[in-house]
Every structure is written in C-alpha cells, then in structure tokens.
Design a protein around this ligand. Structure first.
Ligand code: HEM
Length: 227
C-alpha cells in the first residue's frame, strides 16, 4: 500500500509555504531545531575539560548507532538547507517589494535585526562548511587523527588564525542566535507583551552561554590550559 497525500492537502501546504507567514514559521521551526543542536553540541564540546577519555568516548558513543547518527545528520542538513533557502526567498520578496530603496534611509530596530541576520547567516554557513572539513573530515587539519577528538581539537586550535576564525564565527553565532531566538518566538505566536522582556532575556542569555562555552575552548588552548 502506498501512502498518498490528498491533492487539496498538498496544495494548501504549498500555499502556506508560499505565504510570508508560512515562510516565517519554517524559519522558526528549522531555527528551533538548529538552536537545540547548538546547545547540545556546546555541552558535548565542554566535555573536553574532563580530559581526552571523556571527549573521545563521546565521539565513540555518537557512532554506536550509525542509523541514529545518519538520521540526526539528515534532519540537521534538511533544517540548515530549508533555513537558508527560506531566508533567501524572504530576502528576495523584500527586495522585490521595494526595488528602489529609500529616499532617506532611517534604520529601525527591526531592520537593524534583519540586517545583522543577513551578514551573520552567511558567515555561519561558511563556518559550518569549514568546521566539518576541519574537525569531522579532517581535510583542512594539519594533523587529523580518526576518532581522536581531544587531539584534533587541541592541535587544531594551536594554529592561532584557526582559533581566531572560530572566535569570529562564534561572535556571529551569538548575534544570529540573539535575534533569531527572539524572532522565532514572535513567528510562532508565543510573544505576548507580558512575556516579551522575559523572552528577550532568554534569547540573550542563551546566546551568551553558547558563545562563551564554545569560545572558552580555543581560548583555553591558546592559553595552554588545554594541552
Ligand atoms: C569552538 C566551538 C566548537 C567546537 C570545539 C566543535 C567541535 C566539534 C568536533 C570535535 C566535531 C567532530 C565530532 C566527531 O566527528 O566526533 C564537530 C562536529 C560538528 N560540529 Fe562542531 N564544534 C564547535 C562549534 C560548532 C558550531 C557553532 C556548530 C554549528 C553552528 C557546529 C556544528 C557541527 C556539526 C554540524 C558537526 C558534525 C556532526 C556530525 O558528525 O554529523 N559546531 N564539532
């Protein structure tokens, strides 16, 4: 038996995705998946402070079930792909709606936020490609050893320009998360005047914790705390 989606259900899904609110919901849901990944990944990364055995074991655990690992990778890849595609479509719509630009441009809070998303997003996309080649594939790492995460991270961050590139990317991640986490609540309709200050504080705190946790690793290597 093959499962078929009724034509009217398919077309209403397509017209929902075609609407601005539909695209914002897709940005919010995929953003939420990526936010969850970034928090869990940062907690996993911090195990480096427990020593080589702990972090290397974490990598081994990841590979115990290849089905689960590849399932999670596909969800992540799908979320990143859809997030980028939808962001480009939304940006194009905005440009098409106002191709001439403003006579006198006065930046507002929301245009400041969306402008920062448009440069922090591409920096993050480039970082993810570099990061996978650096610490997962190892092709841009001078001394990569299969399954030896502790060694790969410490020897990788001993190269100062690499550590600086990671720190810059983490700053972009912080800015992207700060605006992104707050606006995903708005897109999902969770924002309410009463909760707005709390949600804004949550978005800022989450960004600071993730960025500080991740940045501490290259900084600790450069200071000789991790060796
Ligand atoms: C200083 C910060 C970071 C460190 C030290 C770090 C470390 C690592 C390491 C060691 C791996 C390889 C794990 C393994 O193959 O066993 C990895 C994989 C990965 N990292 Fe990071 N990471 C950092 C930040 C980030 C950020 C900010 C993102 C996303 C925006 C990210 C996304 C990924 C992804 C998607 C993978 C591949 C996971 C897989 O195997 O499918 N990482 N990271």
């Amino acid at each position: 038996m093959t499962a078929t989606v009724p034509a009217n259900a398919r077309s209403s899904l397509a017209s929902f995705y075609d609407s601005v609110i539909g695209k914002k919901v897709v940005m919010a849901v995929t953003g939420l998946i990526l936010f969850g990944f970034v928090v869990v990944h940062m907690l996993g990364n911090l195990q480096i402070y427990l020593g080589p055995q702990a972090i290397n074991r974490y990598a081994e655990l990841l590979r115990v079930s290849p089905g689960l690992l590849w399932g999670a990778r596909l969800v992540l890849l799908g979320a990143v792909g859809l997030h980028i595609l939808t962001a480009l479509q939304l940006a194009k719509r905005k440009m098409d709606a106002r191709p001439q630009g403003y006579q006198k441009y006065t930046p507002t809070t929301s245009s400041y936020a969306s402008r920062t998303m448009l440069w922090s997003g591409p920096i993050l996309a480039a970082f993810i490609v570099y990061h996978l080649l650096h610490l997962t594939v190892g092709s841009v790492h001078g001394d990569f050893r299969e399954m030896q995460v502790y060694h790969n991270v410490v020897s990788g961050f001993r190269v100062i320009p690499v550590s600086i590139a990671y720190i810059v990317a983490m700053a972009a991640l912080g800015i992207h998360m700060h605006h992104g986490v707050w606006s995903l609540f708005q897109s999902l309709g969770v924002a309410h005047p009463r909760y707005t200050p709390l949600l804004k504080k949550f978005a800022a705190a989450a960004a600071v914790v993730v960025v500080a946790g991740n940045i501490s690793i290259p900084v600790s290597v450069m200071l000789g705390i991790l060796k």
